[in-house]
Write a new protein. Structure first.
Length: 109
């Protein structure tokens, strides 16, 4: 498997309601990162703080216009769902993850 090249595919795919945060993560954000916690409503993350609707794209995902790479503004405080990606080779195949190599497809564990 290659190192992540920050293509952003996983962040883009799961931004719109595909991620969750634990109660502990939300509590820490409430205490230490109110800028993040304002995007949490009714136990759902990345909700528009003004309208209460699901945001289409993670508010913390950034792309430099001169680069093909993305970055995360809350990388060190991101939810566990983000930290543990990729969970499986199957997920990576479904997501067209660029970290996959041909040899990864021979052992799908």
């Amino acid at each position: 498997m290659k190192d992540c090249n920050s293509c952003g595919k996983c962040c883009i795919k799961y931004s719109n309601g595909g991620l969750s945060a634990s109660a502990e993560e939300v509590a820490l954000w409430d205490l230490l990162r109110p800028d993040i916690s304002r995007y949490v409503q009714n136990e759902k993350i990345w909700m528009d703080p003004d309208t209460g609707k699901q945001i289409e794209l993670c508010p913390w995902l950034r792309k430099d216009p001169d680069q093909v790479q993305y970055s995360c503004d809350i990388y060190y405080d991101r939810p566990k769902d983000c930290r543990v990606y990729p969970a499986s080779i199957k997920d990576m195949i479904n997501d067209d993850c660029e970290m996959l190599e041909a040899r990864d497809l021979t052992n799908l564990k």
